[in-house]
Structures are given as structure tokens and as C-alpha cells.
Write a protein that binds this ligand. Structure first.
Ligand SMILES: [Zn+2]
Length: 74
């Protein structure tokens, strides 16, 4: 029933970055996790709408701002 979309990428520090987006493409939650580690909240923002959008995470594990491009499934 939920239209939320889950995306993920990998930070340069090897943390797994994940975010959940609503149907408008806005970030609902962002988090980061080291391999085998616990989830930590990571501030994340989406930029752009439509078929192509970017998501920027601030990785809580290394402090980098990590920007990744995604294509919507539509
Ligand atoms: Zn990182």
C-alpha cells in the first residue's frame, strides 16, 4: 500500500547509505550502517523531481557529504 521507495548507495567510507522516499521523492528517513554494524541516523535530502533526482547524505560515520543520482522507477 505504501508508495515509499527505498534507495541505497555506499559511502566512500564503505558505510551503506539508505533512505526512504515518499511518493513525491522527498526523503522521509535517512540512515547509514557500517558492514555488520548498527544503523545510525543520517541527514538526507533529495534534490530534483521526476525521472532523475539526486540524494545527498551527510554520513554520520565519516562526516562526508555524499551525493548520488538515482532514476525513478516510473
Ligand atoms: Zn561515510
Amino acid at each position: 500500500m505504501s508508495a515509499a521507495q527505498r534507495i541505497q548507495s555506499v559511502c566512500e567510507c564503505q558505510a551503506l547509505l539508505e533512505a526512504e522516499l515518499d511518493e513525491q521523492g522527498l526523503v522521509l528517513h535517512g540512515w547509514a550502517r557500517r558492514p555488520g554494524g548498527a544503523k545510525e541516523r543520517a541527514p538526507a535530502n533529495s534534490v530534483g523531481h521526476g525521472e532523475r533526482f539526486d540524494v545527498a547524505w551527510q554520513c554520520p560515520l565519516c562526516g562526508r557529504n555524499t551525493l548520488r543520482s538515482f532514476h525513478s522507477a516510473k
